[in-house]
Design a protein around this ligand. Structure first.
Ligand code: NAP
Ligand code: 8YV
Length: 319
């Protein structure tokens, strides 16, 4: 009997097509479809492909699960510790998205600092004609940019920033050997010294509200906050207040605490640029991520080894 794979969510058609060459695919486009599966059907599932969602309660429903292949590099919605405790492997899709996520970050920095959305609106409203030239904005050149989380994507952002002649510094729990960027053990000190702060850490409890009111106030009225990590990494309610009061200068945000809901107070703010969690959302990158979701499944069931396990599963056979 071929292995049965459960797909949760709307994957590219190529994913179902590729998986069907080797496996029997059970599709659940909506999470509620899972409730319709009988106990027998659930016990036949050997692996799950999912968009970053597999809490312990879901994992418990599948007694013969061997592998969770998650789409996305961030897997804060997958209970990897619980999975590992049950010898279930978890994989994710690192590296293939570094370039597009870093590009989106650069676009957000520039769009926010140069007020491109507001400038476009100024022109369309006829204000160039009626009021003359639009207000001046801030240059990125020579600015100090603090990266919170100099991992795979953080490093890609730092490399791209060098083209703009920025001074890049970083904060993470561990200092990295062999990187040409100044390390700050204290996030607060780094925020105080920076013009721009870029959050690009994982989500989850360890980074919950890491960008606190104090950090935003240290960044200050002239500072720009960019969040491409997870909404939970920034204290969103405090961010809204800080932007309203002018204690924080500007923000470029791709991720939010309660997606797809975004605080409406942000909508009229011309110093804020909002994108709907699209940092990796190009056809090319999403195809590469899809291929890796499939690749991990095919590799596991044909060789016993996966391509890109998450660190929590390092000790499980196949990782
Ligand atoms: P990575 O290589 O694992 O890098 C994560 C970095 O964050 C590391 O430098 C890590 O260093 C640091 N970090 C982790 N916990 C921290 C903490 N509590 N305080 C300070 N720094 C901490 O991951 P990646 O591939 O670069 O991806 C990073 C994240 O970006 C993903 O997990 C995801 O949340 C987000 N992302 C968002 C999008 C989007 O569409 N907006 C797309 C892709 C990824 P230390 O361990 O030394 O602290
Ligand atoms: C994903 C992301 O596309 O990789 C991540 O961590 O946030 C995005 O690239 C998104 O999570 C959709 O599942």
């Amino acid at each position: 009997m071929t292995a049965r794979i459960l797909t949760i969510g709307n994957f590219f058609p190529s994913v179902t097509k590729d998986l069907s060459k080797t496996f029997t695919v059970v599709e659940c486009p909506n999470r509620t479809d899972i409730d319709v599966l009988s106990e027998d059907q659930r016990s036949e599932i050997s692996a799950i492909a999912t968009f970053g969602w597999a809490p312990a309660d879901l994992i418990k429903k599948f007694p013969n699960l061997k592998l969770i292949s998650s789409f996305g590099v961030g897997y804060d919605g997958v209970d990897a510790d619980y999975a590992a405790s049950k010898e279930i492997l978890v994989t994710h899709t690192p590296n293939v998205l570094n370039d597009d996520v870093a590009n989106t970050t650069i676009v957000l920095i520039l769009t926010t600092m140069r007020r491109i959305i507001a400038q476009d609106k100024y022109l369309r409203e006829g204000r160039w004609v009626s009021e003359g030239n639009a207000p001046l904005t801030k240059s990125i050149r020579g600015k100090k940019v603090g990266i919170v989380g100099l991992g795979r994507i953080g490093e890609a952002i730092a490399e791209k920033l060098s083209v703009f002649k920025c001074e890049t510094v970083y904060h993470s729990r561990n200092q990295k050997p062999d990187v040409p960027y100044t390390y700050y053990g204290s996030l607060l000190d780094m925020a105080h010294d920076c013009d721009v702060l870029v959050a690009i850490t994982p989500g989850g409890p360890a980074t919950d509200k890491l960008i606190s009111r104090e950090v935003m106030e240290a960044l200050g009225p002239e500072g720009t906050l960019i969040n491409v990590a997870r909404g939970t990494v920034v204290d969103e309610a405090e961010m809204v207040k800080a932007l309203q009061d002018g204690r924080l200068g500007a923000a470029g945000l791709d991720v939010f605490e309660d997606e797809p809901n975004v605080p409406e107070e942000l909508f009229p703010m011309e110093n804020v640029v909002l994108t709907p969690h699209v940092a990796s959302a190009t056809w090319e990158t999403r195809q590469a991520m899809s291929d890796l979701v499939v690749g991990n499944l095919v590799s596991y069931f044909s060789t016993g080894k996966v391509e890109t396990p998450v660190p929590e599963c390092a000790d499980i056979p196949g990782a």
